[in-house]
Design a protein around this ligand. Structure first.
Ligand SMILES: [Zn+2]
Length: 178
């Protein structure tokens, strides 16, 4: 079971993770679907890994008005394997995978900022599914296209760093033919 008490054992994202996440959010915030992030001022949030989520049965993120400028996230649970320095483009796979969750939780923060009264009212059991969760799930789904483009771009960057970019282009063209 996950409870809010587990949030206190959390550690901030490291510099590499923070930089990568800010890049993603910055880019998403200038797309039509992500425009609301500018209103929220996502840069003021602290993002933390919450080890208590590892045995929480599927909780991947949490925003709570008790810690209103924090977003808690599920850590990967495995030590991060970094590429060799000369091939390193600064990518963080786990941050990338959690991006939809991050958007979901930031949307809750946005709901909270928009109207604290409505948030408290809508957070009541049963109602919550049709109000707060409906909005957050919608925002989460809307970032899927962005995430696909982002992933493709960084696949390419990584491949380019390894000098394989041309090969990837060829493979893609072949796929289009078939
Ligand atoms: Zn939610």
């Amino acid at each position: 079971m996950f409870s809010i008490f587990k949030l206190k054992d959390s550690t901030p994202l490291n510099d590499r993770e923070s930089v990568y996440l800010m890049k993603m959010l910055q880019r998403y915030s200038v797309t039509r679907q992500g425009l609301w992030l500018q209103e929220l001022d996502y840069r003021k949030f602290q993002f933390l890994w919450c080890a208590g989520m590892l045995d929480s049965g599927g909780v991947m993120g949490c925003f709570s008005p008790i810690f209103q400028s924090c977003v808690f996230l599920l850590p990967s649970g495995e030590p991060e394997v970094l590429p060799q320095k000369k091939y390193d483009v600064g990518r963080c796979y786990w941050v990338e995978q959690l991006f939809p969750t991050i958007i979901h939780e930031l949307r809750h923060a946005y709901q909270w900022e928009k109207s604290k009264f409505a948030y408290i009212l809508f957070a009541l059991p049963v109602i919550r599914q049709f109000t707060l969760e409906y909005g957050a799930n919608k925002a989460q789904k809307e970032c899927a296209d962005f995430l696909r483009r982002w992933t493709a771009e960084w696949d390419y960057r990584e491949a380019a760093a390894r000098g394989m970019a041309e090969q990837i282009i060829l493979e893609k063209e072949e796929n289009y033919v078939s």
